[in-house]
Design a protein. Structure first.
Length: 253
């Protein structure tokens, strides 16, 4: 009985001092904090899981107007949003393949009644043509190809999409060369940064992601725009690079 009275007195003092309310608040905060970060962890776990499931289930037969479009549909939608917002006069693409993406970009330009597409590949596997599409066959890193691009692009506002070879050295050279065409406010998109375990194909040593990281260590005229990853699943994590100012010096020389 005495013990019971003492306990009651103790709880009365705790209530008077507001300790109970404090403890409840602390517990509530801890639960919310745990729930928030548990949700964040589980979201990343499930997103990466679906990313791998989707990626390794190729061929998915994604196409544009009957032509193979080797892109995640969510990334294709982001391209549409960027092109609508920025309205580049020229879209320069390395890696034509069957021409599905070049046709997709040219179709968007048609809808906007503005813009043209320059697409480059070392192999001629494309049977697609479009009035707004310029095809160049050759090594995208060669002086000859760069000269041809300059003649077509001139001083027009340009967006660049890099999707040729996916090793770090090649992509970095592409970024160095083709960044010169990107006008302020426009984008250079480095595709397939999901390789090398980001999160797919971990055995792929030194890919586009590593090229982006090295490029960004030396350049302050571009920023990584992660708002373009708003659908969570993207094959180009950290791959949407927006030009924010003019290049003041050549960081690679």
């Amino acid at each position: 009985m005495v013990c019971k009275i003492r306990v009651k007195k103790l709880f009365k003092k705790i209530r008077e001092k507001g300790i109970i309310a404090f403890i409840k608040k602390a517990i509530r905060f801890s639960v919310e904090y745990f729930d928030k970060y548990q949700t964040k962890f589980l979201s990343r776990f499930y997103i990466n899981g679906f990313h791998k499931l989707f990626y390794y289930s190729y061929p998915v037969n994604t196409s544009w107007m009957g032509v193979c479009l080797s892109k995640c549909p969510l990334d294709a939608w982001i391209y549409q949003e960027i092109i609508w917002e920025i309205r580049p006069e020229v879209i320069i693409e390395t890696g034509t393949a069957q021409g599905g993406s070049a046709l997709f970009f040219a179709s968007l330009c048609d809808l906007l009644k503005k813009g043209e597409v320059i697409t480059i590949d070392i192999v001629d596997d494309c049977n697609v043509s479009h009035s707004r599409m310029h095809r160049i066959i050759g090594d995208c890193l060669s002086n000859e190809v760069i000269s041809k691009i300059k003649k077509i692009a001139g001083n027009k506002s340009a967006m660049v999409i890099l999707d040729s070879a996916h090793n770090r050295e090649h992509v970095l050279k592409e970024m160095e060369l083709y960044s010169e065409f990107v006008s302020i406010g426009n984008y250079m998109v480095v595709e397939d940064t999901n390789l090398s375990g980001h999160p797919v194909r971990p055995s792929w040593e030194g890919g586009p992601m590593e090229a982006v990281e090295k490029f960004m260590r030396n350049r302050k005229d571009f920023e990584i725009d992660r708002t373009r990853e708003k659908f969570y699943l993207t094959f180009y994590p950290k791959g949407f690079l927006r030009r924010i100012k003019s290049k003041t010096k050549n960081a690679f020389t």
